[in-house]
Design a protein around this ligand. Structure first.
Ligand code: ATP
Length: 360
């Protein structure tokens, strides 16, 4: 589909029906995926969904129980073969950065350049210091660096030998919240400038959406959906994906002539992949995001529901409105209107896009 990146060139990394079981537990369940040259793909999912295990099978730190992994044109796992991690052309950036404490920044970066002569190695280190904007810090040791600087060095060290694929395991989890947001932009810039093919793992949806070319949303060992950040966010193909990528409320509705009928009105609907055979009249759950709705104070006999909670989220408030039917939705408001708890309100749909729905 058009969601996938172009298949014109052969993929750099390919997973084909990869399964990994630990005893009775299936951590990765029949995962297939192609990653293309220069692409940054992120596995996103809740704790225990199998994303780290998937990354570890790519690195060669786990052997798949079934399926095949291809790196470049080499089968590195499956079909009776298994290439150990040190002979795979992959770089890994670990959560804790794993810098050598007794080596300088330059020596850390040069560490993987075992095939290069001294001059080549020096030149490559200079190039990488420049890339990660650490030119003035080459002679420092890791204990003299901030968290963000350590991450830059870890990236430079993994990129130095020019791996075919760079793997990043929860790359921002050791940084404080403010730095995390800053380093997202920076890491994406560095990876794009290096032109490397990269696969990362996170449970943070905002991080995945902001750094990736494509996001693979995982649930229970399987990929639920893979696509560009905008398409997984705006056209989630399951309730799981819709709920995992930001706040989602669902209104009970009915499919009628390409529209959805709900307790608060009839709206244009979008038919997502896989749901095109759902019959007219079918009961569905309609996805509404907090910024799709607007509440207005109303006399109680005209109201759609009442405000049952109010949460301040920086520049706006999120209100939870409980409808007469017992359903609840969240809606986002700027400071202009503030509602009290138990205040009766009407709801209006302000979304300028058709709504997604899922068979109930
Ligand atoms: P988290 O974000 O918490 O790291 P995850 O999505 O990365 O979670 P995995 O670490 O891949 O999930 O684990 C997937 C499942 O496989 C979990 O239920 C986990 O308990 C199990 N698992 C992972 N590694 C092993 C192992 N070495 N032995 C047994 N079970 C394992």
């Amino acid at each position: 589909s058009d969601e996938e990146s172009s298949a014109a060139a052969d993929p750099v990394l390919s997973l084909s029906d990869v399964t990994k079981a630990f005893g009775p537990e299936t951590a990765v369940d029949d995962v297939s995926l192609d990653v293309h040259s220069g692409e940054l793909l992120t596995f996103l999912g809740p704790s225990g969904c199998g994303k780290t295990t998937t990354l570890r099978t790519i690195a060669g730190l786990e052997e798949p129980t079934e399926g095949e992994i291809t790196l470049g044109d080499e089968v590195v796992a499956g079909d009776g073969s298994f290439v150990p991690p040190e002979r795979r052309d992959v770089g890994i950036v670990f959560q804790n950065f794993a810098l050598f404490p007794h080596l300088t920044v330059r020596e850390n970066i040069a560490f993987g350049l075992t095939d290069a002569d001294a001059d080549e190695s020096e030149a490559r280190v200079d190039e990488l210091l420049e890339l990660v904007e650490m030119v003035d810090h080459g002679e420092k040791t890791p204990d003299q660096l901030s968290g963000g600087q350590k991450q830059r060095v870890a990236l430079a060290r993994s990129l130095a030998p020019e791996p075919e694929v760079l793997l990043l395991d929860e790359p921002f989890s050791n940084l404080d919240v403010r730095l995390r947001v800053e380093m997202r932009e920076e890491v994406r810039r560095i990876l794009k400038k290096a032109g490397v093919t990269a696969v990362s793992v996170t449970h943070d949806q905002e991080e995945a959406l902001s750094i990736s070319d494509r996001v693979a949303v995982m649930n229970d060992g399987q990929i639920e959906q893979v696509g560009r950040p905008e398409s997984v966010f705006e056209r989630p193909e399951s309730k799981f994906v819709a709920s995992f990528l930001g706040r989602a409320s669902f209104l009970e509705g009915e499919l009628r002539d390409g529209k959805v009928k709900t307790g608060i009105g009839r709206f244009d609907a979008v038919t997502l992949e896989g749901y095109d055979t759902v019959y007219d009249g079918a009961p569905v759950d309609v996805l509404v995001r907090p910024d799709d709705l607007r509440a207005t104070p109303a006399a109680s006999e005209l109201a759609d529901g009442v405000v049952t909670s109010r949460q301040y989220v920086g520049p706006s408030f999120v209100y939870r409105v409980e409808l007469d039917s017992g359903e609840a939705v969240h809606c986002l408001h700027n400071h202009v209107e503030e509602f009290d708890l138990d205040e009766p309100v009407t709801l209006e749909l302000t979304a300028d896009h058709p709504l997604a729905w899922y068979p109930r």
